[in-house]
Design a protein. Sequence first.
Length: 370
Amino acid sequence: MEDESASTSSAAANTTLAAGTLMTTAAALGAAFWRRKLIASVVGGALYCRAISTLSKQPRDSPCPPFGETFRIMYGLFQTWLAELVLGYFLQTKWGEPQAEQLGGTTPVVGGTPELRIKIVPILGGAFGGNYSYIIWDGAAPAVGGKRPCIVVDPADPFPVYVASRAEGLQIEVCLCSHWHFDHAGGNRALARRVPGLQVVGGAGDFARTPAATRQVRDLEELTLGRIWMRAHAVPGHTRGSVVWEVGTSADADAPTAAFTGDTLFCGGCGALFESSADELHDSFAKLKARLRGDCFLYPGHEYTEMLLRMVVRREPFNLAAHKALKQAELARARKLPTVPTTLEQELTYNFHLRCTKEELADLCGCGPA
């Protein structure tokens, strides 16, 4: 009986020791986990504060309303690869999955001329106000290997753009970036992985911040793809390295060109001023008015037309051109069609940002969408 009692006591002691060891190990692991979490939080907080500090030191030589300050900081944090990864996960269409309905089902539209075809691809839904990416190709060029080469502009959501290019029998060769912001260049890396050898081109002022960029261009620098030429117009304002891409074809020198304006110029307005002065933006507009023909088609980066034209009508109630443009925009949106493109000649009749003085622009800039 004594041996049995001793054996039972020994087993109980061993059980207690094992339980104590497990609890001690668990506590140690838990402590290590929380220490790592604490360290990660401290490091993350320090990096966040450093980013805010860096952004707060950027030049502010233009009036910027409170929401503009928020966007300035938000876009600055988008520069990090982690933000790009997170935003891409939540906002971009996944490869191989059915394309998500974009911006209330906006219909992709193909326009242009036979020598300069342009497909409007709605992307990112309404997350950033409804973005547009564009595909450009020479519809009269012979296909090589069953496909024609093409250019894409601002593929922030790469999957719909890639699928749309395949549907037209195209092979993406060049990616043009209007500026570095995620809602325009956030899909560059994924598209570059899908399309080996892709040439990603951005403005010199934004080159270091443009994802997967392989080439930088300066003002009036040109590229070609077959008979299509692409001319960069440096337009500091929304960002320091913003570019308006003018595209035309050597097949018909008299045909109107197309200009892809990103967030520099919208139908009825312009983008918020984040990184440059109102004087610089005014000079950028003067540059575009001097260089582009009146019949040049303008393709902006967002579907803001209705909202901006309503602002124009309130500001200039007797502007008949603005009322007509607003009615056309409302009809297009009711049919789930894009309201773009517009032309420079049309914009000059109702877009106050293109007609105002530097002082007036200084009062307006930063008050439009980003």
